[in-house]
Design a protein around this ligand. Sequence first.
Ligand SMILES: Cc1ncc(COP(=O)(O)O)c(C=O)c1O
Length: 350
Amino acid sequence: MLVGNRQSDLIGQTDLLKVPSLSRLTGCDIYLKCEFQNPGGSIKDRAAKQLIDDAMERGELSSGMTVVEGTAGNTGIGLALVAKSYGLNMLAVMPNDQTKEKERMITMHGGQLKTVDPVPFKNPNHFYHTARRLAEENADYWWANQFENTSNARAHYLHTGPEIWQQTAGKIDVLVSVAGTGGTIGGNSRYLKEQNPDIDVWLADPDGSGIYSFLKTGEYVSEGGSMTEGIGIMRLVDNFKEAQIDHAVNLPDQDLISLSRYVQQQDGIVLGSSSALNVAGALAAALYHGPGKCIVTFACDLGDRSASKLYNPEYLTGRGLKLEPEPIASLLARYRELGDAILTVKYRGD
Ligand SMILES: Cc1ncc(COP(=O)(O)O)c(C=O)c1O
């Protein structure tokens, strides 16, 4: 796209960037799909556009109406941006413990923001239920519902997956992704496995999320917590059900500090926290397979969205994390020994 008539036209068609340092260390080609290039700065712009496009096509949403959504932030930014392009209004409901960087961007894009206390999903005041209730109470509100509305995964099935297939000339061996709603891993894994069923799909899961345990035992159980935002979940949602997954790893926040600092120093790439987990997962996959593989993962957003957490020494020490990155040789040695901690699964969704 060289000329867009409105900002939402610039969503998608992101570049693929090799991570030179980790590719050299592992003998694999490790690529990042640069989703921070989307105009709202994250991968969630893609879901936002598809959710709104499909709803407008179905006649559920028309100009002048208000899109309402519960969000950890990036979907809210994407929806605010697309809403503005389409003559819609946007109301984001966000838990108040997410980075202020994202809250600010929603309002800077003209979105209205309602923050709520972070509470467990079963509490009716959870951001998800609050957004749904607001839509039920207002006739001209439309609830995007990024968790259950599969236009989200469809964005990746129709666009991101084909872009990856084309950019790697069909040579992709391994796809690695975190999951929040599961839209990214759902749509991409489904499209890419239709092209080549042997592509090995890895889920990277943070502490505090139940997806790893769900894939292992069928139960959502979590241990600890994570500074990552927008990823990890304790329930099975429709977008995740689209996913086709072969391996899963659960990796701690301490590794995100080590790896984000390593690629920052070596390659000048400043990762957001979920992207750091993606890179950690890609490294684990590269060491599991050995040299020669083409591995693709996502830079879901840029490090500036994680400035007050992943890159904030006070915040990190407050969480009991060590600031000193683990030497890369030690991290590589540890990842070579992950053994049974790497789950082999055959999750084929619905
Ligand atoms: C920074 C970031 N990374 C990853 C994700 C997860 O993507 P998905 O919802 O497609 O699973 C999100 C979702 O909000 C996000 O904000």
